[in-house]
Structure formats: C-alpha cells, structure tokens
Design a binder for this molecule. Structure first.
Ligand SMILES: *Cc1c(COP(=O)(O)O)cnc(C)c1O
Length: 360
C-alpha cells in the first residue's frame, strides 16, 4: 500500500495537472463501477456532495427534507445550506437508522426528499424508504458517508436511491489524504448538473451556464483514492471480523446494547457503537486502561448551536436522544490487533462488574 500511495503522489506531482484531470476521471469511473452506478461525480467533501445534490435536484427555500435525528450534523447542514428545512425523524431502536414508519408520518405538503443515513456503515432499510418515497414522488439521497462498500440485499450502497453521497474524509472507510467527496447516481441529467455546479457553473472555459461553486476533488486525492480502492473490501472484511468478535463478547450481557444487523444487510462497520448503562463512567474506566473511546454523537444536530428553534422541524426523538446519552464507540479499524480488541471487550465487561460492586 505505501509503495502504491507514493507512486500515486509522484505521478500527480510530475504530471503538472492538479484539478479536473485524468486521475479524477479514472477514479470516477472506478468508483461508479464499484458502487454499480452509471455515474460518479467527485467534489471537495461529503458535505458539498449532499448540498450540491440537493441544489442540482432543485430543492430550496420552502422545501422540507426528512433526515434522521441521529446522524452527523453535516446531513442536516446540507439541507439548511440550500435554504430548505430539515425535518428530523427518530431512528429505530434496533439498528440506529432512520425509522421508515416515522419518516412516512413526517411527510407533509412541502416534503421534497428523504435522506437516509447508512450510519456506522450499516445500510438503512432502503426497501421501505424507497417504497414510501416512490408513492409520494420524493427524491431519495443516501448519505453513504460512513458506508463505502456496504450492501443491501447484495447491492452496494451508492445505487440504492436516486443518488448517494460519499465522504472521503481521512478517517472514513475509504479516506483521502485530506478532504474529498463524491456523488453516485444513475441519473445522467443530475450528474451533468453536478459537474457544472462543482466548477463555477462553467459549461466551457468561456461560458458560465449557472451559478456554481468551487468544489473540486483534487487530482492528488483522486490518485490516492484510486490506490486505496482495491484494498477497501479487505479493510471492510477486517472491520467485520472485529465487529463479530465484539458482538460475541457482549452477547451474554443484556446491559450492553449492541445494534442488530438485519438479515438483508452487509454492513462495513465504520463505527462499533454500543450502549452502556453508565456511559461516562465506562469511558473513564476505559481511559484509565489506556483505551480511547469516542461518542457519536453526544450532541445531535437539533440540540446543537446550528439549529435554534424555528430552523428545523420534527421530533420528539426518544431513541436518538437515548443513544446520545448512553452510546460510546469502541476502537475499530482494519489494522486493530485481535489481542488489543479482546482487551477492549474485556475492559468494557469489567466496567459492568465494577458498577455492580459499586452498587453492592
Ligand atoms: C463524514 C460525514 C459527512 C460529511 O462528510 P465531510 O467529507 O466531512 O464533509 C456527512 N454525513 C455523515 C453521516 C458523515 O459521517
């Protein structure tokens, strides 16, 4: 991998072509093929990918977009950025993903789109979501920023709705050496609009067709992503191995909540999130053993400074808010050593006996 990365970096540095060149074209072709879509359009970040997709689809002021309450704030910010209103919907207790029944109940006269998030790398219930959206004529944009390579009934994320957005932020399952993102879609017109929008709205050097932005996926990042893409499935398999081991370790412990994987889902485990009765004490105890845990996400979008009253709709979100208060993410990455992972699981289990001893 290191050799391939270095070769990619040198190739671009020596080429003298740094934006919208052959590396991006090849990456777009390769990533579209990987996702099983006709088109891929590279942009500067996952947030831009979602914002530009909504804009290209004509969504704007007066429109509402249904989003899960339990997600990274970017999902909501893209909706607000085009002038539309995010309508939050609670997530399923079992999968932490958008609840299709709640999404259907949130549809109103102004609803224009649904953005399901494949959180943690686990596909959302796309059959139910697509069917609701089709009946109501709504656009479906997958937020697949955490789900590169995940499958739903054997089909990869990226091709399960009208369009999908990916982030190649360095820590994602497929990461660049900096910011990058992409949109995948079978819709040729949408892809064409995105190609204009990402480059100032330029049809050609001397003609600006519409008001666009500067959101380009740099050649150097495209080359890095091309070097890494052949490794993605192997990395995802390593992640799945760790997830299975964690799941087994906690199987007999009802106090530890572990998300369920529906039988139709092949997740890629961007995150391994559990719930714990005393989350903060657990994290402290882990930290004392030199184990870093994270929380995704203690502050949900609707609780954040970005969303004062009047800027969003929806709720209540009892499941999402419970997850914000009780969940923690355990170390999980492809290079994680098995004995290290087992030590993490043992340390989490030890916090339960500590709590029991403390209570006695
Ligand atoms: C990372 C992420 C994004 C945003 O991607 P950036 O490349 O950081 O802009 C959007 N949605 C979700 C769910 C993410 O995890």
């Amino acid at each position: 991998m290191a050799g391939e990365l270095e070769a990619a970096l040198t190739r671009v540095a020596d080429s003298g072509w740094y934006l919208l060149g052959p590396e991006l074209e090849e990456f777009e072709r390769e990533y579209a093929a990987y996702c099983g879509t006709r088109h891929c359009v590279g942009v500067a970040s996952g947030l831009d990918a979602l914002e530009l997709t909504l804009r290209a689809a004509g969504i704007g002021p007066g429109d509402e977009v249904i989003v899960p309450a339990y997600t990274w704030v970017a999902t909501w910010l893209a909706v607000s950025a085009v002038g539309a209103t995010p309508v939050g919907v609670d997530v399923e207790e079992s999968t932490y993903n958008l609840d299709p029944t709640a999404a259907e109940a949130a549809i109103g006269a102004r609803t224009a789109a649904i953005v399901p998030v494949h959180l943690r790398g686990e596909p959302a219930d796309m059959d139910a979501i697509d069917s609701v959206a089709r009946q109501r004529g709504l656009l479906v944009v997958e937020d697949a920023a955490q789900a590169h390579g995940a499958r739903h009934r054997g089909r990869r994320t990226g091709g399960l709705g009208d369009a999908a957005i990916f982030s190649f932020y360095p820590a994602k399952n497929l990461g660049a050496l900096g910011d990058a993102g992409a949109v995948t879609t079978d819709d040729e017109e949408l892809a064409g609009k995105l190609r204009l929008l990402r480059n100032y709205g330029m049809r050609n050097r001397y003609e600006i067709e519409s008001a666009g932005v500067n959101s380009r996926l740099a050649e150097i990042q495209a080359a890095v992503l091309r070097a890494k893409l052949p490794w993605l499935d192997g990395w995802n398999a390593a992640r799945s191995g760790h997830a299975e081991a964690y799941r087994e370790a906690f199987a007999e412990q009802p106090a530890i909540g572990v998300p369920r994987t529906p039988q139709w889902a092949d997740p890629v485990w961007h995150l391994f999130i559990i719930t714990h009765p005393d989350r903060d004490a657990c994290r402290e105890s882990l930290a004392g053993r030199g184990i870093e845990s994270l929380v995704h996400y203690p502050q949900l979008p609707h609780m954040s400074g970005a969303y004062p009253e009047g800027t969003w709709r929806g709720g209540p979100f009892p499941v999402a808010e419970r997850l914000a208060a009780t969940s923690l993410s355990l170390p999980l990455y492809p290079q994680l050593a098995a004995d290290r992972r087992d030590a993490v699981a043992a340390a989490v289990l030890a916090t339960l006996s500590e709590a029991a001893a403390g209570a006695a």
